[in-house]
Design a protein around this ligand. Structure first.
Ligand code: NAD
Length: 297
């Protein structure tokens, strides 16, 4: 079987180009460029890399970025005051708090404080509820990126059986809701599922969001399935640090119709979808200012 290795970087570049064209329309109409605020607490090196990439991509898309860096020992009150300030600022359309936060801080409280129309990560319970009830909302970037990949790869997803491995709030659950809305039949498997690989083996679409390096081998995959690997795991191999997914690429690829690699698959699309969400939030703010009342889409 010839397997397509999905080029997430190329898809992300295309999406960023589409977003930057829309940004140009806003500028042509004398409207401000979309503003993305990124809040980083502490010195976690992986988080710092993610934030740097997000800011770089925002600039490529023609957006403004506002970076707020807080020390590792900052208090909940200080962090919440920053969010309140960003909620009020008219030049800020999207607010992202890089997770995980240091242990003494409550991510839940911070997420709830972000104005839902600026919640470009799509984690606020308001947006979660809209997504779960099939209404337009800001959608978490990683599952949105996976959906974009699947639709570009397969076209109409109606009637496909999708198995999602993992039930986290940021990937597994929103992925299930999105694919349900795309008319897939959904199975979600998780750490307490018995013989998860046998269920996964029935999937036309397999999305792995487990956080276990290379857990998914060929026993989980129906020949001809499309495999989306969300995992990003840093491992040591032959004395070198490298990134691997949740899927064992070399074992699974020969059986898949198409597969995302790690790195270079879902990761770049996640950041591109953040830009898309920031654009949607800016368009929404413009329409609200013009007295047009519509929902986010
Ligand atoms: P999580 O730890 O919050 O959730 C993992 C899920 O996997 C849980 O629901 C758990 O029940 C399930 N699970 C664990 N072991 C299992 C097993 N043996 N069989 C079946 N299910 C099992 O993780 P998360 O935040 O959803 O992230 C998952 C992975 O995706 C991680 O590697 C993370 O780094 C990566 N990630 C990547 C991006 C991206 O931009 N590409 C974004 C977010 C997360």
């Amino acid at each position: 079987m010839s397997t397509r290795v999905i080029d997430g970087k190329r898809l992300a570049d295309n999406l960023i180009r589409e977003v930057s064209e829309q940004v140009q329309h806003l500028l042509d109409a004398d409207l401000p460029a979309p503003g993305l605020a990124v809040v980083l607490v502490g010195e976690d090196p992986a988080s710092a890399v993610y934030v740097r990439n997000k800011i770089k991509r925002a600039r490529e898309a023609g957006m403004r970025s506002i970076e707020k860096r807080l020390s590792e020992d900052c208090t909940q009150e200080t962090l919440e005051a920053i969010i309140e300030e960003l909620n009020q600022r008219e030049d800020v359309h999207g607010i992202l708090v890089q997770l995980p936060l240091p242990k003494h801080l409550s991510a839940e409280r911070v997420i709830r404080l972000i104005a839902p129309q600026k919640d470009v990560d799509g984690f606020h319970p308001h947006n979660v509820g809209l997504l779960a009830t099939g209404q337009a909302s800001l959608i978490p970037c990683t599952p949105l990126g996976c959906l974009e990949i699947l639709q570009r790869e397969l076209g109409d997803l109606s009637g496909k059986h999708a198995v999602i491995v993992g039930r986290s709030n940021i990937v597994g659950k929103p992925m299930a809701n999105l694919l349900l809305q795309a008319n897939c039949t959904i199975t979600v498997v998780h750490s307490k599922t018995h013989q998860a690989n046998l269920l996964a083996r029935q999937a036309d679409i397999l999305v792995a969001a487990v956080g276990q390096p290379e857990l998914i081998d060929e026993s989980w995959v129906k020949p001809g399935a499309v495999v989306i690997d969300v995992g990003i795991n840093a491992v040591e191999q032959a004395g070198k640090r490298k990134l691997v997914g949740d899927v064992n690429f070399s074992k699974v690829a020969p059986f898949a119709k198409a597969i995302t690699p790690v790195p270079g698959g879902v990761g770049p699309m996640t950041i591109a979808c953040l830009m898309k969400n920031t654009l949607v939030a800016a368009q929404y703010a413009r329409d609200q200012a013009n007295g047009l009342h519509h929902t986010l889409s």
